[in-house]
Design a protein around this ligand. Structure first.
Ligand code: AMP
Ligand code: GLY
Length: 426
């Protein structure tokens, strides 16, 4: 397992629960992953280093968690070495690494998405912003871990973000604003066949009530009771399968997980973005409910045999994951602080703790990143799952730690709804 975060800890935990998985190793991992499996302190973003490690361990499968190793060509190097890998090649990972590329593929595959323009100068940006009007959406056209996007009613702020991206040598994608609730759907693919996981919802802003700056994600829940029946099927037929077919047609087949970020707008479903990896923290909630052993499924995606697996099985329970972040996240997180109460939190019935930015110092767990951990609660209802997660979180102590108190709250109160048509008509 490659990667350092909460998503990776969730995957490690699921792999350890798979009776067919003999051994799990992680690189670099974090304090929580290191408590579960053997970790290797190597650069998981270096293709040569990863191939060497996988060879020395005799790995049957390498699972790539984050986007950076994908963009660095780690999957390509493993494939060249004949080592099965879950995660797309560098060329296929362009679906995430370049927003402009993703838009081209969507256009070719007829996928409903926001109208968009690429801008390379202040003048082009100004024109595009006027065309679409407020609210303005300006996206850095590169990897920014979900943080390169500014959505604002303030034209000056929108212009300033574009200028900043140009100064850094980049281009921006400016697009039409999409209203309506967002859904994250993970679709596994072996390059041909698509297999969906359960939909989830992520909470991107740092503060309650969706206030403050965007983060990597402050919490998630799954499944979504309020989505229209047939949404997953619709996403498969209108989005995932056409995109996977288009990528194969281009000679750059996409094998791994296609993260489809959707807005359910008043005018129908629209793709906001693709990622070439599992979402964080949605994975923490989604995998908590998957009862089919994960290892075999990921191996089938790597080996091109997803058409032969049985339908996935899910727990009837609901999962809520709440992230504990460091003081000053997302701007300049304060790290290196003791994290206490982890054992107590893990003992809460129905709860488990997944580490993200943690490290071990003198036998103690300290924070080492912006998002420190997530507590996942499983329950018979969203309310149960929420209270379990928050009960666990209340037992954890991190100076300056921040978490949202309203993860899945609106859904628990049945205040999230979708009234538009099930799909785009245009
Ligand atoms: P992205 O990195 O493209 O996922 O964007 C990050 C977040 O910005 C999304 O999850 C949305 O909350 C918001 N966002 C992105 N594009 C749009 C859009 N066209 N309309 C409204 N919100 C958007
Ligand atoms: N939770 C959003 C992401 O993983 O990009």
């Amino acid at each position: 397992m490659l990667g350092p975060g909460g998503r990776e800890h969730a995957i490690v935990r699921a792999l350890l629960a798979d009776p067919f998985v003999r051994e799990v190793h992680a690189a670099p991992g974090n304090a929580g992953i290191a408590a579960d499996v053997r970790t290797h302190d190597v650069d998981a973003g270096s293709p040569g280093v990863v191939v060497e490690l996988a060879r020395s361990l005799g790995s049957d499968l390498v699972v790539i968690g984050p986007e950076a190793p994908l963009a660095a060509g780690v999957a390509d190097a493993l494939l060249d070495a004949g080592i099965p890998v879950f995660g797309p090649t560098r060329a296929a990972a362009q679906l995430e690494a370049s927003k402009a590329f993703a838009k081209q593929v969507m256009a070719a595959a007829g996928v409903p998405t926001a109208m968009a323009r690429v801008a390379a100068t202040d003048e082009e940006a100004g024109e595009a912003l006027c065309t679409f009007g407020a609210p303005y959406v300006v996206k850095d056209d590169g990897l920014a871990a979900g943080k390169g996007v500014v959505v604002t009613d303030d034209l000056d702020e929108a212009r300033a973000h574009a200028s900043e991206c140009f100064r850094a040598g980049g281009t921006v994608v400016i697009e039409e604003y999409l209203d309506g609730p967002e859904v994250s759907l993970f679709v596994l693919s072996d390059g041909r066949t698509v297999v969906p996981l359960a939909p989830a919802q992520d909470f991107k802003r740092i503060h309650d009530g969706d206030q403050g700056p965007n983060t990597g994600g402050m919490g998630a829940y799954s499944p979504l009771e309020w989505v229209p029946a047939g949404l997953v099927e619709e996403v498969l037929t209108r989005v995932a399968q056409p995109v996977i077919d288009e990528m194969a047609h281009r000679g750059t087949p996409f094998a791994g997980v296609l993260y489809v970020g959707l807005a359910l707008t008043s005018r129908g479903m629209r793709v906001i973005e693709f990622n070439a990896r599992f979402g964080d923290p949605e994975t923490q909630a989604v995998l908590a409910r998957l009862t089919t052993p994960l290892g075999g499924v990921l191996l089938a995606a790597a080996k091109g045999t997803l058409d032969q697996i049985d339908p996935l099985n899910w727990s009837p329970k609901t999962a809520v994951a709440v992230v504990l972040a460091s003081e000053n996240y997302p701007d300049a997180p304060v790290i290196g602080r003791r994290v206490r109460g982890l054992r107590k939190a893990a003992k809460v019935d129905g709860a488990h703790v997944l580490h993200a930015g943690t490290a071990e110092r003198d036998g103690k767990v300290v924070s080492s990143g912006g998002r420190v951990l997530a507590v996942v609660g499983l329950g018979d209802s969203l309310e149960d799952a929420r209270s379990t997660a928050y009960e666990g979180l209340a037992l954890i102590d991190l100076e300056g730690g921040q978490y949202r108190t309203d993860i899945a709250l609106k859904a628990a109160r049945a205040e999230v709804s979708f009234t538009g048509p099930a799909a785009a008509t245009a």
